[in-house]
Design a protein around this ligand. Sequence first.
Ligand code: NDP
Ligand code: 2IT
Length: 444
Amino acid sequence: MSLTEQVMEQVMKRNPNEPEFHQAVKEVLESLEPVLERHPEYVKAGILERIVEPERVIMFRVPWVDDNGKVQVNRGFRVQFNSAIGPYKGGLRFHPSVNLGIIKFLGFEQIFKNSLTGLPIGGGKGGSDFDPKGKSDGEIMRFCQSFMTELYRHVGADVDVPAGDIGVGAREIGYMYGQYKRITGLYEGVLTGKGLTYGGSLARTEATGYGLCYFVDEMIKAKGKSFKGARVISSGSGNVSIYATQKVYQLGGKVVAMSDSNGYIYDPEGVNLDTIRRIKEVERKRISEYVKYHPHATYTEGCSGIWTVKCDIALPNATQNEINKESAEILVKNGCWAVGEGANMPSTPEAIEVFQKNGVLFAPAKAANAGGVATSALEMTQNSMRLSWTFEEVDAKLKEIMVNIYKNASEAAKEYGYEGNLVVGANIAGFKKVANAMLAQGIV
Ligand code: NDP
Ligand code: 2IT
């Protein structure tokens, strides 16, 4: 049995019932075979055995009182996975599906993604099984305050810097920031994705979606293609999907379908983003409302149907494993020639295989959605300097970072004999920086 197989076996034994975590680890370990052959020092120093084990896992009770005066209890998580190259950094997810295995998969991915940005940030992730849907502002605030009342002792501007993810946006970050400041008395950049009046960075809201498009643009440009005139699917209708859609339009493409966890809309004339933003960002309603304003569009119940819409470029921007083998086959059959993962691990391993076998240009999440966390790191820089850059400055830095990630991932793929395979390339490029830092720092 090879070392990577042994490590995988140990991961499965030690972390039972965590299928998403197993899936994320397996993909990285498989990519690393050629690296270990060339670098026996990584093997000797037990880098693999150490990198799959979080440095620290924090789980806690989050009690709060709902609007009816009833006591509610949720579970909170923070997984501080790896701090070899910087303070732990990664989002918080509030969604009823959250459990330890999901936070560990996200934290593990974050290590390599953050490394790819070229900025000094380690990997972490957190969240809760709290469901923000249908909750009043007061309930959201009380939950966020309770969550931070435990989390504050584990985080800090140079220790661990959380941000948003599914179910956590500017509103939740604001409530958590207020509570952190109240408990600690510190006005510091402990969270990113903050509002612009209290230390937030311009372009952070747009960063993941814009960064995704910059990355995909670079990848397809290398093959002589572009977004101009392309039909695009952008699943989800949250932060990542909305700003990816905005950038697709700026680059000359047309988004014809978007979704939420109930269903999807198809608008052959191109989705009207102002309507989506009003429904989702302001009214916090369901995407099905869209057809009331645009009767020529259609709404279909169920999420996976979105992948049956004919497109050139697919941007899965909702959640993990949203594209399975079947959906991938339909996409290929319908002529889809590029996929860019805005969500974390949105394609199953079988779906990725279908894309790669059929020559679909494939931009893996770790590389393609790194623009969000990269801009979070730029927010940390601005907080430390106590100044703020203009939108154009931040956006230019984001673009440069995404172009560099593309370059580094494709060069690493080529160097190790996998030319054109950005999955392997991103995993190797992300891994090597962390592995070298771990080597230098001894057995810790
Ligand atoms: P949001 O909460 O803003 O939006 C999430 C969107 O995905 C919503 O439209 C939501 O629908 C939909 N969705 C959530 N869960 C499911 C599900 N189980 N099935 C179908 N649809 C679902 O989150 P973000 O846009 O921030 O995050 C989207 C993805 O991007 C996640 O995978 C996240 O980890 C990843 N990501 C986010 C970054 C960021 O900076 N925010 C950075 C990098 C990656 P509904 O409204 O019905 O819940
Ligand atoms: O998955 C991710 O990279 C994020 N949710 C963003 C993390 C961050 O710290 O900005």
